[in-house]
Design a protein around this ligand. Structure first.
Ligand code: CO
Length: 443
């Protein structure tokens, strides 16, 4: 999910929620592994019945073979439905890309004190890697299966069904969506729309052959949110745009590290991004960094922390620090390189600094209760309310937005007729190394 900055002052979303981890929510992932118990038993029963028939016919006692333990599946299904915790029975999840620090931070990789700090964080790291593996498997399936002619609703449901199945939490009972599941609404933003678009109920939009679609997926385990996005295009004419943005994001990741200054990182990103151009229908367009979109820190259960990572050069002297988690995301555009809010809102989140308001509207009160029990401060969309059985909630929802309790994130669009692309990874600024937790073979 993108962080938006106004030209005068970057929106600093408060992150007082860093500590709002709900009590009792941290112990639940260990119970994931046994969904196949029942089907195992019934399979064995079927085997027994077959054996019985055979011995009866042969009229001789056949020694019963020792019951073989059903093997855990070792491969993912298509569509992805096998728990990540079953694919990794040791419950140790694969690392992302580890990158050693350079220059005056080079010592950290082998330093005993820093390694000890790293070890203290092993649950945090393992939750992050668990979420990242669910992200990779879901998105790689999505990359193969998303095709022009599909509706955005069917694409979003395919991605979200996969994420929830892989982490083993459907999020239909109170509290369940906060154990693991969607970290935010699946962004499916097309062409001049850069971010924060996902279908609401009744949306009939169909993906077209010549569309450029940003797919922004959030997966969380125990509040550790992996925020990573890619861009899909079926017409190769957009290749230079996609290449520019992918290279710009990797440039940002390369310069990230302890003590790196955020404004300088923006300069490196812009330099790479704007070294590209693209020809469309005989016109050559410069590719611009979208200057009011930013990367951002991520805190537990809170997608936008206090720091933002500009994608154009800025004077921001703020430094990256040990322990920070960053979403490094860049956006390139053939348009103005500037987005504004436009269109029907789908994305929302309860503000972590929500004022204590005495709500007059009963529908607002009851909706807030649903939000608190299901999402807490995690972002969600209208479809997530629909699947919980909520109906006619718009008046109450708008009331919560007006009272400053819920923040609305409208779609962010550049000028009509332009094309925008996005690539994004989540990186952990560990004491010893920087870990590109969401890195995969795909990007
Ligand atoms: Co983001």
């Amino acid at each position: 999910m993108a962080a938006q900055a106004s030209p005068a002052e970057e929106l600093s979303v408060s992150d007082a929620a860093a500590t709002t981890t709900k009590p009792g929510l941290n112990s639940a992932t260990a119970t994931n592994g046994n969904l196949n118990q029942n089907s195992d038993d019934s399979d064995d029963d079927a085997e027994d019945a077959a054996l019985g028939a055979e011995t009866g016919a042969a009229k001789k006692k056949k020694k019963r073979k020792p019951r073989k333990k059903k093997k855990n599946p070792t491969a993912q299904s298509d569509p992805p439905r096998v728990l990540i915790s079953q694919l990794f029975p040791s419950k140790v999840y694969p690392k992302g890309e580890e990158v050693e620090y350079v220059d005056e931070n080079r010592y950290r990789t082998t330093n005993e004190e820093k390694r000890h700090l790293d070890n203290l964080n092993s649950d945090f790291l393992n939750d992050y890697r668990h979420a990242a593996e669910a992200h990779r498997q879901t998105r790689q399936w999505a990359q193969k299966n998303i095709k022009p002619g599909q509706t955005l609703t069917e694409i979003a449901n395919g991605i979200e069904d996969s994420v929830r199945a892989l982490v083993g939490h459907q999020g239909l009972e109170e509290g369940d969506a906060q154990i693991a599941g969607m970290g935010f609404p699946t962004g499916l933003s097309i062409n001049h729309c850069a971010a924060h678009y996902t279908p609401n109920a009744g949306n009939k939009m169909v993906l077209q052959q010549d569309d450029v679609m940003k797919v922004d997926i959030g997966v969380h385990v125990n509040g550790k949110i992996v925020d990573s996005a890619f861009t899909l295009a079926f017409n190769p004419r957009y290749d230079p745009l996609l290449e520019a943005v992918k290279a710009a994001t990797n440039e940002g990741i390369k310069h990230a590290g302890i003590d790196a200054r955020l404004g300088e990182i923006g300069g490196y990103i812009q330099e790479v991004m704007e070294s590209y151009e693209i020809e469309l229908d005989g016109t050559t367009y410069p590719i611009k960094s979208i200057r009011n979109l930013n990367g951002h820190t991520i805190l537990p259960y809170s997608i936008h922390g206090t720091k933002s990572v500009p994608i154009v050069k800025s004077n921001d002297q703020t430094k990256m620090e040990e322990g920070d988690v960053f979403a490094i995301e860049t956006f390139g555009s053939t348009g103005n390189g500037y987005v504004h809010e436009e269109g029907e809102v789908s994305h929302y989140a309860r503000r972590s600094d929500a004022p204590k308001v005495d709500l007059r509207l009963s529908s607002a009160k009851s909706l807030l209760n649903v939000i608190n029990k299901n999402f807490g401060t995690l972002p969600w969309c209208r479809r997530y309310l629909d699947r919980l059985g909520q109906e006619k909630y718009l008046l109450g929802l708008n009331n919560l937005v007006q009272n400053g309790i819920v923040e609305a994130y409208p779609p962010l669009v550049d000028k009509k007729g332009s094309y925008t692309a996005q690539f994004e990874h989540t990186i952990l600024i560990r004491p010893t190394v920087k870990e590109v937790i969401s890195r995969g073979d795909d990007f």
